[in-house]
Design a protein around this ligand. Structure first.
Ligand code: ZN
Length: 153
């Protein structure tokens, strides 16, 4: 259904002008399980978009990788997350059926999720002091892709 004239008039009434910017970048991972800090690339995409208020979605178009937000001050945290995931989801299990042999990577991918969303305020991500955005590799090393969409005004 086409937008009504009333709906079109409502935009300027509320002063809303939404923009959407999409970009992507490559991530090279270094190990079978590897977390790569992509905070600076995402921050750069937000800056380049010119959007001041809105949100940024970080999307990973892969089934054996993910994205998460966690502490980027102490590298031991990332080590411990990878070790805990590996303990919870071992690479070999008698009940796995997937013929490719990388079921653990698929399970870890779903546990972390393939997207995250961060508020954009004043032109930059409203991350907490200790938060960083991590690309999560579970079947590397590989070259991966991350898609970043910034929506707002
Ligand atoms: Zn597979």
């Amino acid at each position: 259904m086409p937008p009504s004239a009333q709906a079109l008039r409502n935009g300027p009434v509320y002063g809303i002008h939404l923009c959407m910017h999409t970009t992507s970048f490559e991530v090279k991972t270094r190990d079978r399980d590897d977390f790569v800090d992509i905070t600076s690339q995402v921050a750069g995409a937000v800056r380049d978009s010119g959007i001041r208020e809105g949100a940024v979605t970080v999307y990973v178009p892969h089934t054996t990788a993910g994205v998460t937000i966690n502490e980027n001050a102490d590298p031991s945290v990332v080590h411990d997350i990878i070790a805990a995931l590996d303990t919870a989801v071992p690479w070999r299990q008698g009940f796995y059926r997937h013929g490719e042999g990388n079921s653990a990577a698929h399970v870890k991918s779903s546990l972390m999720g393939c997207n995250t969303c961060i508020p954009v305020r004043g032109g930059s991500m409203a991350l907490g002091t200790w938060q960083g955005v991590y690309f999560c590799e579970f079947d590397g090393p590989r070259t991966r892709r991350v898609i970043v969409t910034i929506t707002g005004g």
